[in-house]
Design a protein around this ligand. Structure first.
Ligand SMILES: [Mg+2]
Ligand SMILES: [Zn+2]
Length: 242
């Protein structure tokens, strides 16, 4: 039986946020105040549509955006980890669940030849329209009260695992790697044999800490804290050998 590796993207694979990194392609390398003020702390995807509309209005086209996105740094050790995964596809399946979008993620992975590590990328679909504007859609709709309208990572994960089961693929272990508040919901769905890899010093670590304090016995997966891809890699090597 294979294991399933699940990765968040922003601040997990890359050491930054692709949605905020993209503003570096604008002439000022930042957004005007009137646009930044439009984010109400809730509907990020709707705000990103406005940001991408603004970028299109500045006459900035696909090649310039792509070049900027390819300059986003990866987390330390992450490229080696992804290359290891590419070489061990007989033992692991690997997916991304991210609130970024298909265009940014595929550019960034292709630039380092690491896209083959992934069997599936579950994120907001994006395409360039005829005017050269990047348009993003919601990944799905859901009823989860704790997640943004466009994506509940728990639902994405549960559906992926169920679809795999329908085609005869069952996983012995799920290893979920993330850093952010929206990674808590999928981690709550993990079982005792699974692992949550939590980035040190980021919001998810704090949320998990609070959850463990509140009701320690209900936290089922093994919680591991990571600072670099190297640590995840050495755990994976041990885990895949047994
Ligand atoms: Mg993240
Ligand atoms: Zn959710």
């Amino acid at each position: 039986m294979k294991s399933l590796l699940v990765f968040d993207f922003d601040h997990t694979i890359v050491d930054g946020n692709s949605d905020t990194w993209v503003v570096r392609c604008t002439p000022e390398k930042k957004l005007p105040d009137w646009l930044r003020k439009k984010y109400n702390g809730k509907h990020w995807n709707e705000y990103m549509r406005e940001v991408l509309g603004y970028i299109g209005d500045q006459g900035i086209k696909e090649p310039e955006i792509k070049q900027v996105m390819e300059s986003i740094p990866y987390c330390p050790g992450m490229i080696d980890l992804l290359k290891f995964i590419c070489q061990n596809k007989d033992r692991v399946d690997c997916i991304i669940i991210s609130d970024s979008n298909t265009v940014f993620i595929s550019w960034i992975l292709e630039f380092t030849n690491t896209s083959l590590a992934f069997d599936s990328i579950l994120t907001n679909p994006a395409t360039f329209d005829e005017q050269g504007y990047l348009r993003i859609e919601n990944f799905h709709s859901h009823n989860c009260p704790q997640c943004p309208d466009n994506l509940c990572k728990r639902k994405a994960l549960v559906n992926f695992v169920a679809d795999q089961l329908k085609v005869g693929v069952q996983y012995k272990k799920i290893i979920y790697t993330g850093d952010g508040g929206n990674d808590l919901c999928p981690i709550e769905s993990l079982e005792e044999n699974d692992v949550a890899m939590v980035r040190k010093g980021y919001k998810l670590e704090k949320l998990i800490g609070e959850m463990v304090e509140r009701h320690s016995c209900s936290v089922k997966p093994l919680i591991m804290i990571w600072s670099s891809g190297e640590e995840i890699l050495s755990y994976l090597k041990k885990c895949l050998m047994t």
